[in-house]
Write a protein that binds this ligand. Structure first.
Ligand code: HEM
Length: 253
């Protein structure tokens, strides 16, 4: 009884009402309103299909990938405080992170492991969407957004690889950009665009840094937003029944 009157007191409060427009979510209507009126929750639909909550259907890989992306942004911002993308400083900054900075080794390894894991989880997510037929109508566009997210995941890993400026990084990027260099017709221009010079050096380091810290993460954040918005607009997750229906419709056309 006491809890109920306390709840009522809070939910009738002006401050509460100025933030949350609806009452306490203890009725069907208020529960729906909480989702619709809250910026961070309105990504959720008011109702979901029961099977789409099953781990055996989604493998949870999309959500895990989202979580890893958030970990990567958090740890990445922290790493930026201690790293400068210059040929003179990059290598020693990483050594300092590993040996002299509090939690440096931990945060750096969290960043590395989250990046490795994300490649795996995004790939497994792609496989699950393929095996459950989630790419079929009306979700073709979201599949295309997904492919872009997959490419971005790889590009983020690759551009991050150069930043420690050690032998492994140097030669991996030399090999990678040489491969880009043999692309038919535009190979040499592409290699020049990536490196900013004829071989891996300070220009490449700054370019990879800018792409890794700003351009690719920003693109990924925007595309993840579009990806989620599309899931909502496409009526939530696919269902086995639905993919049968779309096959029947396609055959009828
Ligand atoms: C950064 C990478 C990605 C993130 C964070 C992400 C996130 C998500 C999440 C949270 C879902 C909801 C269901 C679930 O967890 O399985 C989902 C669904 C979906 N994703 Fe992704 N995704 C990513 C990459 C991809 C890729 C690489 C593809 C395919 C090429 C893809 C295609 C789809 C499609 C078509 C759906 C709807 C599936 C259905 O209705 O069954 N996504 N995504």
């Amino acid at each position: 009884m006491k809890t109920r009157s306390l709840t009522r007191m809070i939910t009738q409060n002006r401050v509460w009402k100025s933030i949350f427009r609806q009452g306490y979510p203890n009725t069907e209507e208020n529960r729906a309103k909480v989702i619709i009126n809250t910026l961070f929750l309105h990504i959720h639909p008011v109702r979901v299909k029961r099977h789409s909550l099953k781990v055996s259907y989604t493998w949870g890989m999309g959500v895990i990938s989202t979580f890893l992306f958030i970990v990567l942004v958090g740890t990445g911002v922290w790493l930026m405080f201690f790293y400068a993308p210059s040929v003179e400083r990059a290598y020693s900054d990483i050594q300092r992170l590993e040996t002299a900075i509090t939690f440096g080794m931990l945060i750096r390894n969290m960043h590395r492991w989250a990046a490795h894991l994300m490649v795996l989880t995004v790939f497994l997510h792609l496989c699950r969407v393929f095996f459950t037929g989630g790419y079929k109508r009306p979700r073709e566009f979201n599949w295309v957004i997904g492919v872009m997210l997959w490419v971005l995941t790889i590009l983020l890993s690759y551009t991050g690889y150069l930043l420690p400026w050690d032998q492994l990084a140097y030669w991996a990027v030399t090999v990678g950009t040489n491969i880009a260099g043999v692309t038919p017709f535009i190979g040499e221009q592409l290699r020049l665009l990536l490196l900013g010079a004829s071989e891996v050096g300070p220009e490449a380091l700054v370019r990879f840094y800018a792409l890794h810290m700003w351009f690719f993460p920003l693109m990924m954040a925007i595309l993840i937003g579009v990806h989620f918005w599309r899931i909502r607009k496409d009526g939530g997750l696919s269902s086995p029944l639905e993919s049968d229906e779309s096959r029947i419709m396609e055959e009828a056309e």
